[in-house]
Ligand binder design. Structure first.
Ligand code: EPU
Length: 425
């Protein structure tokens, strides 16, 4: 098992290219189950989660090959198996996105129930409700979601829940409805750019979808979808993470190949805390000379501040002047990074879904444990400015969602290396 060793670094300087979005490419790969044709997905990032999804697709009879440009091409060789096994689903919740396409195209799906994760229970009741509304019969048996349907039928479905809409739930119901008979109206659809990217891919496959990007998706079912080629949108969370790296070290960092319009709430927060932001057509640059200022961050569904950047901003705000409050409205228990940041001398008090961050003047390097993907990124960011050395263990979490993070950071001047963790079990 590897660890990342991060030492106090100079202010980061330079430009970094952003990869394709993890949370777009995963459901897009699942969507290729909806056709018997080949599909080509450009800009697919080289990530652990993408490898896991490719393995799952292989099990489902749709292997994918990477070409020299990094594009993934899928080929349908066998449409018989409709089981997504526990071993794969347990390592990556996004596997649940094969449920809708399998059901729509193969008439049945057996997908391991994803269960909880380190930041709390992650139910799939809205996915099930949506697919049932389309006429599927669904049961939970032996830890699996067992779904069946002859031909799905269009319906009017509300996908809002106690914490807003559901990103992968919207993906599942949207994919299933493309092959349903008649019209489906999804109200309370998730508006995340990754859902819109999936919808655009489905349209390229021949799906009829109106309202892309809005909370009301209208889908007119078709009899079949064909193969398509698609370029995945850039990863706004990866971009935000490198912008925090620039801001936290008091440097100047430009992220290239991004969609600044998908980062509006995040860029506003940077400006609020005293970071200068320049936006171009496909780049964003941050620069900080003065002190970091305190603020309030509330995570909410898109277009508000994303939960997937909450941990990284907590690292940043732990060095701000004054007291900041972070409220997590998507996953009230997504605070595993607090305990590790405390080991690095941050001053943070967790009270229910809030974290009260009392700015400190310096952080201290320490051995810390990565608990989930974004928490790990936050610890690396803190390590860049902490005095001494920080060892971030269990780095496989970070490899799930960041492509070559140590190389990209090193190119900006960071002191970071990947080493084998001799102490790991
Ligand atoms: N929820 C329900 N019922 C459901 C589904 C969700 O109550 O049936 C609740 C969840 O418990 C949560 C909220 O609704 O409180 C939102 O969850 P959502 O379903 O939108 O999350 P997800 O689709 O499982 C995706 C991303 C996550 C990201 C969330 C929120 C993918 C593959 N994953 O998860 O990304 O945090 O949306 O934006 O798209 C990450 O990349 O690190 C990551 C965790």
């Amino acid at each position: 098992m590897d660890k990342l060793v991060v030492s106090e670094s100079p202010p980061l300087q330079g430009e970094v290219s952003i990869s394709g979005a993890k949370n777009a490419v995963l459901p897009i790969l699942a969507a290729t189950l909806l056709t018997e044709d080949s599909c080509r997905i450009e800009g697919a990032p080289r990530l652990r989660d993408v490898n896991t999804m490719v393995r799952l697709m292989g099990e489902l009879g749709v292997p994918a090959e990477r070409d020299e440009d990094g594009a993934l091409t899928t080929t349908v060789v066998d449409e018989d198996n409709a089981t997504a096994p526990y071993d794969l689903v347990k390592t990556m919740r996004a596997s649940i996105t094969v449920l809708g396409p399998l059901l729509a195209r193969r008439g049945r799906a057996r997908v391991s129930f994803p269960g909880g994760c380190v930041f709390g229970p992650r139910p799939v009741d809205l996915h099930i409700k949506g697919l049932r509304a389309l006429g599927a019969e669904i049961d939970i048996e032996e830890g699996y979601i067992e779904a069946r349907a002859d031909r799905l039928k269009g319906a009017r479905i509300y996908l809002g829940g106690p914490f807003g809409s559901t990103v992968t739930g919207t993906a599942n119901v949207l994919m299933a409805s493309t092959l349903a008979e008649g019209r489906t109206v999804i109200e309370g659809a998730a508006c995340e750019p990754e859902v819109s990217d999936l919808a655009r891919f489905l349209v390229a496959m021949g799906a009829r979808i109106e309202g892309i990007g809005s909370p009301r998706l209208v889908v007119d079912g078709v009899d079949r979808l064909h193969g398509a080629s698609h370029r995945v949108i850039p990863d706004r969370i990866e971009a935000g993470t490198y912008l925090v790296a620039g801001a936290i070290t008091g440097g100047e960092v430009q992220v290239n190949g991004v969609r600044p319009d998908t980062l509006t709430a995040v860029l506003e927060k940077f400006r609020e805390v005293g970071v200068e932001v320049v936006e171009g057509p496909d780049f964003v640059r941050v620069r900080r000379h003065g002190p970091l200022l305190n603020t309030e961050v509330v995570t909410l569904p898109y277009p508000a501040f994303p939960t997937d950047l909450q941990a990284q901003f907590m690292a940043l705000l732990s060095l701000a002047d004054g007291v900041s409050i972070i409220t997590e409205k998507i996953y009230p228990e997504r605070f595993m990074h607090v305990a590790e940041l405390l080991r690095m001398r941050a001053q943070i008090r967790k009270e229910g879904p809030n974290a009260i961050v009392i700015g400190t003047t310096w952080l201290s390097g320490a051995p810390v444990m990565a608990s989930d993907l974004r928490a790990s990124a936050a610890l690396v960011l803190a390590g860049l400015v902490a005095r001494g050395q920080t060892e971030v263990k269990r780095v496989y979490h970070i490899d799930r969602g960041y492509e070559r993070i140590e190389e990209k950071l090193r190119a900006l001047g960071a002191n970071i290396t990947r080493e084998e963790d001799q102490d790991a079990p």
